[in-house]
Design a protein around this ligand. Structure first.
Ligand code: CA
Length: 223
């Protein structure tokens, strides 16, 4: 099932980049340039998640965020705001936003935040079974087996493995893993991630190879 994204952004360059990145990640995107357009078409589009700019030509994203919250308290709303607008960030979260991303932002960070929000509200591709080589992940049951053998993982280890399996054979960057797993704006040199990868390797055993790409990220070898 494809998740639908409502993007409300009046900056054409930013919106174009976001639409491209979000569509490439498999989401279905509707782009509106102002709050009235977003309100008018909100129900028709029934988004699973909304991305809101704060400074819009006919109003602000905070009012729109409250409006969405009143109608659909179940969907995550991510505020996309300028880097120096600290006050806006606080007010934005106060308005019921689920998270925020500051401009300029990388599409990877935005996608990581979106996935984290969708996962926490159960609107992502929950219920799916993921397989790569000998690894099998049951997302609904949150269980993992390697060659049919059950492996017990802690919550973050499970989420980390899920991210690596989805992109098996490709490098998943530290930036994305940190943003997704810890859901905070973390320093990418943090050792916490490395400790979790070490623990995960230990639990999965020698049959599973998680390669370290120094300073960049990790790659799960396709088995
Ligand atoms: Ca704007």
């Amino acid at each position: 099932m494809t998740s639908r994204v409502l993007l409300v952004e009046d900056d054409v360059a930013i919106a174009t980049a976001v639409v491209a990145a979000v569509e490439a990640a498999g989401f279905e995107v509707t782009w509106e340039q102002d709050t009235s357009g977003a309100r008018r078409r909100f129900h028709e589009h029934a988004p699973d998640i909304a991305l809101l700019d704060l400074g819009l030509p006919d109003g602000d994203g905070i009012a729109l965020c409250r409006w969405i919250r009143d109608r659909r308290p179940d969907i995550p709303v991510i505020i996309v705001t300028a880097r120096d607008a600290e006050i806006d960030v606080i007010v934005g979260l106060d308005a019921g936003a689920s998270d925020y991303v500051t401009k300029p932002f990388s599409s990877e960070v935005l996608l990581a935040r979106m996935r984290a929000q969708l996962r926490s509200t159960g609107r992502g591709s929950i219920g799916e079974v993921l397989e790569s080589g000998s690894i099998r992940i049951d997302r609904a049951a949150r269980t993992v087996t390697v060659d049919g053998r059950p492996v017990e993982l802690r919550r973050r280890e499970f989420d980390l493995l899920d991210l690596l399996v989805v992109d098996a054979g490709r490098v998943v960057t530290r930036e994305r893993l940190l943003a997704d797993l810890w859901d905070v704006h973390w320093d990418t040199t943090s050792r916490s991630l490395d400790m979790h990868v070490l623990a995960l390797r230990r639990r999965l055993g020698d049959g599973v190879v998680i390669e370290t790409i120094r300073g960049v990220g990790y790659r799960l070898e396709c088995g």
